[in-house]
Design a protein around this ligand. Structure first.
Ligand SMILES: C[S@@+](CC[C@H](N)C(=O)[O-])C[C@H]1O[C@@H](n2cnc3c(N)ncnc32)[C@H](O)[C@@H]1O
Length: 420
């Protein structure tokens, strides 16, 4: 009964918001000021905000550059009315940036902006607009056509069209653009097309109205020099914790600071793959529910005793199911805290969901794998490898690179035997 009431309430909430609101995450203090402060231009004349919303970014710009011409563009009339009340001197323009014919509307500012700020909706471009000849013509060489399906990419292409040569942009993009494999071609293109000076990894609660992992990107509209470095920064709550400079070739691989922030390992180690471990995923929750049996899922980790040992039952239903058994490790695969979720099957058998990894480790490596999985360093390493903007995920390719410390005086002997 209670569950039904919860559902009813949340569907009412959705009806009360526009489709735009559902993908909007509004920049709040101090991140709006950060985006503006990180821009190097001392006195831009023209500052444009694409997807200006209530004007959080443009107001921060107005505080820093008092004499600049401010222009706010958005599809939402209510947002623009609010902006006009907040910044009466700003020019506002209502335009749907995901439609090809918007190009004409923006023509008057094309190539003239000194600074463009943009926190786009993290959503899909409507399929009928992706096909429009005007949007297709915006697509530069080096970017797959499928990228136009993302509103973030469409907004970025508008940003580049508005910027004068050498002008600067401050963008907010979801985490997948900084670390996802699907956006490797995007990073290759952007880091060759523009001089990206800084990428800042924001904390999870950085935005009002959405639980997303996002990054601030600062870049100039000019080609980078061959030795260009990028400053990667890591923020926690409302503080910049540390920064690290990397060559842009490394940033193309991934530009989340947490990935590059891991200190070099001081103890000898091998990777999980090198131990001969086999990693598998379980079945979908839907399929397991249909079989009416007990199974291990992400919610099961919280019920483990402090030593993380799982006493599983006997198989209730063998079927074709792959069951975890004594000596296997179970690890969270998805979710914000999945890097901290570990269990070791002490006895018995259990089915497990596809949100969980099962790791079978050869017996001689089990103690070392257990120690590394449970160690603070191991947990921090997994946290640094998480990907994804909303649902966080530990990818299999990353997990197989998990460092497993080898200790004792037989280190070298074991390592060389392993490499043979
Ligand atoms: C993530 S919010 C950012 C708002 C504000 N700039 C901020 O940082 O708080 C994205 C904004 O894009 C606007 N938007 C969504 N789709 C749009 C479209 N097709 N054309 C123009 N603006 C759009 C929304 O109305 C919303 O104000």
């Amino acid at each position: 009964m209670l569950i039904r009431m919860e559902r009813a309430r949340s569907s009412q909430a959705l009806r009360d918001t526009s489709p735009m609101d559902r993908c909007a995450h509004y920049t709040k203090e101090p991140f709006n000021h950060w985006l503006v402060q990180f821009i190097q231009a001392p006195m831009p004349q023209q500052v444009v905000d694409l997807g200006v919303g209530g004007g959080s970014l443009l107001s921060a710009a107005a505080e820093r550059w008092r004499h600049a011409d401010l222009i706010g563009i958005d599809v939402c009339a209510t947002a623009l009315a609010r902006l006009q009340a907040r910044l009466p001197l700003a020019a506002v323009r209502r335009a749907d940036l995901m439609r090809g014919r918007v190009l004409k509307v923006l023509d008057e500012w094309s190539g003239s902006a000194d600074v463009v700020l943009c926190n786009p909706p993290f959503t899909q471009t409507p399929p009928e607009h992706v096909q429009s000849a005007e949007l297709q013509a915006l697509l530069p060489d080096g970017l797959p056509a499928s990228y136009l399906k993302r509103a973030e990419v469409v907004f970025l292409l508008h940003t580049l069209r508005l910027l004068r040569p050498g002008g600067e942009m401050g963008l907010v993009l979801p985490a997948s653009f900084a670390s996802g494999n699907q956006y490797l071609a995007f990073r290759q293109w952007l880091f060759t097309r523009c001089t990206v000076s800084r990428v800042v990894q924001l904390p999870a609660g950085a935005f009002a109205g959405a639980d997303v992992h996002a990054f601030l990107w600062i870049a100039k509209n000019c080609k980078p020099s061959s030795h260009a470095q990028v400053e990667l920064a890591f923020a926690e709550r409302d503080r910049l914790m540390w920064t690290r400079k990397v060559h842009r070739a490394h940033a193309i691989l991934r530009c989340d600071a947490s990935f590059h922030g891991q200190s070099p390992r001081k103890v000898a180690h091998v990777t999980l793959a090198e131990t001969g471990a086999r990693v598998s995923r379980g079945r979908s929750v839907q399929e397991l529910r249909g079989k009416a049996l007990h199974y291990f899922h992400t919610t099961s980790f919280a019920q483990l005793p402090p030593n993380r040992q799982l006493v599983a039952g006997e198989p209730e239903h063998l079927g074709a199911l792959d069951l975890a058994k004594t000596g296997d490790f179970l690890l969270g695969r998805v979710g914000r805290s999945c890097h901290a979720q570990i269990a070791e099957v002490r006895s018995g058998f259990t089915a497990y969901s596809d949100c969980v990894y099962r790791i079978q480790v050869p017996k001689r490596w089990r103690a070392a794998v257990r120690a590394s999985l449970l160690s603070e360093e191991g947990t921090a390493w997994r946290a640094s490898r998480l990907r994804g903007s909303a649902a966080r995920l530990l990818a299999l390719a990353d997990l197989l690179q998990h460092p497993i410390a080898i200790q004792g005086k037989d280190n070298d002997e074991r390592r060389s035997r392993l490499v043979e």
